[in-house]
Design a protein around this ligand. Sequence first.
Ligand code: ATP
Length: 197
Amino acid sequence: MLIVDTLKRLHVSVSFKLADGECIALQGPSGVGKSLLLRAIADLDPNEGSIQLDGTPREAMPAPVWRKAVTYVAAEPGWWADTVQEHFVAWDDALNLAERLGLPPDCGTWPIRRLSTGEKQRLGLVRALLLQSRVLLLDEPTSALDAVSTASVEAIVAERVSTGTSVLWSTHDSAQARRVGSRLFMMSSGRVEEHLL
Ligand SMILES: Nc1ncnc2c1ncn2[C@@H]1O[C@H](COP(=O)(O)OP(=O)(O)OP(=O)(O)O)[C@@H](O)[C@H]1O
């Protein structure tokens, strides 16, 4: 269980509980603060408030440990090495997931500069999935993907949810929000309000 109590980042102020094996879809207009909220939960930006994971306060863990347990997945992931497989400790495990997301077997040798936006997005998700995080904070994870790849992402995340991973999934696609979410949060003026699905 992730408990977020009066988390504040700029104009965002939010409290909610996210159970094990639950996926909450997060919607709201562009610029309303969805990314600010997800990044604050992962402690990637300065923020105030209290967050607990399974009863352990965030401040009791070193930040890198917290971020491996409560992982933010950016819509546009960052890269630091020249080729795809240099970004992975266990490339065989990564390749299995990458192939499920429609990438070819030789994609590990590809230079990062050749990747399309959607290839980057899928490989960024693979990187996060390999962490086996307790909580995934997905920031528009299929915004650059076609329908087939989107369905693959939704299926893989659903598998994780079915084995207990908690997910907060930001999306502009209300059909997707209803497909993936067991609950729906609408964000406006920096607050979230739960809506019936
Ligand atoms: N470091 C910052 N300092 C000040 N304002 C910021 C900062 N980061 C983001 N903002 C502003 O906060 C608002 C919310 O941004 P955020 O990226 O969370 O929106 P969003 O709901 O995720 O939008 P989108 O759906 O377009 O991705 C925006 O107006 C943005 O310009």
